[in-house]
Design a protein around this ligand. Structure first.
Ligand code: CP
Length: 306
């Protein structure tokens, strides 16, 4: 049976447990032996591209990178025809796309012939969320993701695709999530990767006060104020989000033991100060380390190791 990793909320608890386990357990170079993985990027990337390429290679496969300029989803060729082509030549297609419905459209025409991985869409960044969970577990529960329930995680700033996947993943594990953002930058209910739809896990709290969001937080998380594609709004966003900067003053409102996460790239002096990003509470480079762990887990799960 072909597996798909497009959002956290499409996965069962057993699937997620398998991915977290496979991310950090010993592996060999047989899983993808001789198999091709297409890495398609409609948007720029450093961490996702580097970690995906490394994980594919370590599992014995070979990765081929395609930029938007080369294959042009819906400009040079339709998404459907690109999917049909990749299904004839690769085992897995991993894509960073502007519109989440690319995954639905590709799956409709390739069916069971092509496994798909979401490397970021406008609605979700699930491989980042897996890395974030692993990083938080390293810090608080010696790597055991099943023991995270009750932790307090605050996300501050522009609630993005990263926030959605992070919140769904954490809430599913019983972690309480607070999102501090101006109302027009807050989480919205949507059809996929919807934190509001998680039941029976942690609590989701929205606030317009950054201080309220981080009060009692074990983890303070932020992301860029100007996401890819929103560059024309840079000045407006800087103005409207200025009070949500993660700086020393805001960190003083969190627990003394609180750590800081950022999915990167960081914009020093905007959403986070260098003092905090480079400070002793920062775990951002451990997050980067776990981007590779996350890809190993996702690829091994896709290939049915658990
Ligand atoms: N966090 C993240 O996805 O980084 P890149 O955009 O560099 O891949």
């Amino acid at each position: 049976m072909t597996r798909f990793f497009t959002t956290i909320d499409a996965l069962s608890d057993d699937d997620l447990a398998a991915i977290y386990s496979l991310a950090t357990s010993p592996f060999d170079d047989e899983t993808l032996k001789g198999q091709g993985v297409a890495l398609v990027f409609e948007r720029p990337s450093l961490r996702t591209r580097a970690s995906s390429s490394a994980a594919v290679h370590e599992l014995g496969g070979f990765a081929t990178f395609f930029s938007d300029e080369e294959i042009g989803l819906d400009s040079r060729e339709s998404v459907e025809d690109i999917g049909r082509t990749l299904a004839e030549t690769c085992a897995i297609a991993a894509l960073r796309v502007r519109r989440h419905d690319v995954f639905t459209r590709m799956r409709e025409v390739t069916g069971e012939r092509l496994a798909l991985i979401n490397l970021l869409s406008n609605l979700a960044h699930p491989t980042q969320a897996v890395a974030d969970v692993l990083t938080i577990a390293d810090e608080f529960t010696k790597g055991d993701v099943t023991k995270l329930a009750g932790l307090e995680v605050a996300y501050v700033g522009d609630a993005t695709n990263v926030t959605r996947s992070l919140a769904v993943a954490l809430l599913r594990l019983g972690v309480n999530v607070s999102v501090g953002a101006p109302s027009s930058y807050q989480l919205a209910k949507d059809q996929v990767e919807d934190p509001f739809a998680v039941t029976g896990g942690g609590t989701l709290r929205l606030t317009e006060s950054p201080e309220d969001a981080v009060k009692n937080a074990d983890v303070v998380y932020t992301d860029a104020w100007v996401s890819m594609g929103a560059e024309a709004e840079t000045d407006e966003r800087r103005r409207e989000l200025a009070a949500f900067q993660v700086n020393q003053r805001l960190m003083d409102e969190a627990k003394d033991s609180a750590i800081v996460l950022h999915c990167l790239p960081a914009h020093r002096g905007d959403e986070i100060t260098s003092e905090v990003l480079d400070g002793e509470r920062s775990r951002v480079w451990r997050q980067v380390f776990h981007r590779r762990s996350a890809m190993l887990g996702v690829l091994r799960w896709i290939k049915g190791e658990l």
